[in-house]
Design a protein around this ligand. Structure first.
Ligand code: SF4
Length: 343
């Protein structure tokens, strides 16, 4: 408890969907900044966060870019506004810093689709296989992984592995199918995981949207379970090749500034629209699926951020031995191809 605590903070309520009761007012923003200074904390916000959280953060980006910023930050406390596996990755890369997440219940359905025990059992079936995990995994799963990957370098990572070794690819089945198709690799086993939140971006919807907006560009940001299916479908020919741009977040913002199109359809989580509209206000950005909103990301509310800074909660802990093994798999990922920025 601080001596000059803002009286409004007393309204924080812990409900079933997370912490509520606080609006993102100028008083809230002032208090958040004051507490961040007091804690010597830097605020990082993922692109899928609520606009108010993105606007108050010191840095906005994708998970890997934010983890790198965390590792280089002068502040000794990192407040990671995103989902839990992302905050864990920041802790893995910054073991000596205090990493806080405003609500540790902010999970990820894709990361939860494989547990460490399930991976141990799978590895026991294929003892000589190389394990490749997409970044949307828990620290424990990363600790059992040989090489992590993002969707930007998944093909390069798999191609870098001895063709005679079997590969276990997890947890995203759409990214796995895409990599298997591109590499033509037969000895690759794919875990049947997916992001249940956004199974809604399907082939018919993507094709119908492209057809009804013939002059619009289609941007696909595949660093998320919600859009790896779009990546797969684009490769299957559901939409014309020349209209589809597969882009990282940074690439998407550059392409938004450069495109001559008046309208752009965006296949990714809807939070991304906030950064795009800020970067290119003259363009009409539309979500391919406006139901593609991650409820876990949206658990980082103004109330949750305020509580986090006031109480120093929730702190992210990763067992040091697990973190060391996980760090190796993340470092191998960074060394191969262009890893982009993660989800
Ligand atoms: S959108 Fe899906 S993959 Fe991304 S954080 Fe949310 S649940 Fe996980």
């Amino acid at each position: 408890m601080t001596t000059t605590e803002w009286a409004g903070a007393a309204a924080i309520v812990d409900g079933p969907g997370g912490y509520t009761g606080i609006e993102a007012t100028p008083e809230w923003a002032e208090e958040v900044r004051r507490l961040a200074r007091e804690r010597n904390a830097t605020l990082l916000a993922h692109n899928y966060q609520l606009p108010a959280i993105q606007d108050i953060a010191d840095h906005v980006g994708d998970s890997l870019a934010l983890s790198r910023i965390a590792a280089e930050a002068e502040e000794d406390t990192i407040v990671f506004c995103g989902v839990h596996f992302m905050a864990e990755t920041a802790k893995i890369l910054s073991p000596n810093k205090t990493v806080l997440i405003p609500d540790e219940r902010a999970g990820c359905s894709l990361a939860d689709s494989i547990t460490a025990d399930q991976l141990r059992e799978w590895k026991a079936e294929y003892p000589d296989a190389v394990v490749v995990s997409y970044v949307n995994t828990t620290a424990e799963v990363k600790g059992l992984t040989d090489i992590c990957c993002t969707s930007s370098n998944a093909v390069d990572v798999v191609a870098s592995i001895d063709p005679d070794r079997e590969v276990l690819f997890l947890p995203d089945q759409f990214l796995g199918a895409h990599v298997k198709r591109v590499t033509g690799r037969e000895n690759m086993h794919i875990w049947a995981g997916e992001c249940h939140v956004h199974a809604g971006i399907n082939g018919e919807e993507l094709a119908a949207q492209a057809k009804s907006h013939p002059d619009a560009d289609l941007f696909v940001h595949p660093e998320c379970g919600c859009a790896t299916s779009a990546l797969y479908l684009a490769g299957e020919g559901f939409v014309p090749d020349d209209k589809v741009k597969i882009l990282s977040t940074g690439g998407m913002i550059d392409a938004a500034r450069a495109t001559g199109a008046k309208q752009v359809l965006v296949a990714t989580e809807v939070g991304m629209l906030h950064q795009l509209r800020k970067a290119a206000p003259g363009i009409d950005f539309q979500a391919v699926n406006d139901r593609a909103s991650c409820p876990y990301m949206k658990m980082i509310t103004p109330a949750a951020l305020l509580r986090c800074l006031r109480d120093g909660k929730d702190e992210v802990h990763v067992d040091p031995a697990v973190a060391e093994r996980a760090r190796l798999s993340v470092q191998r990922m960074i060394a191969i191809g262009n890893p982009g920025g993660g989800e």
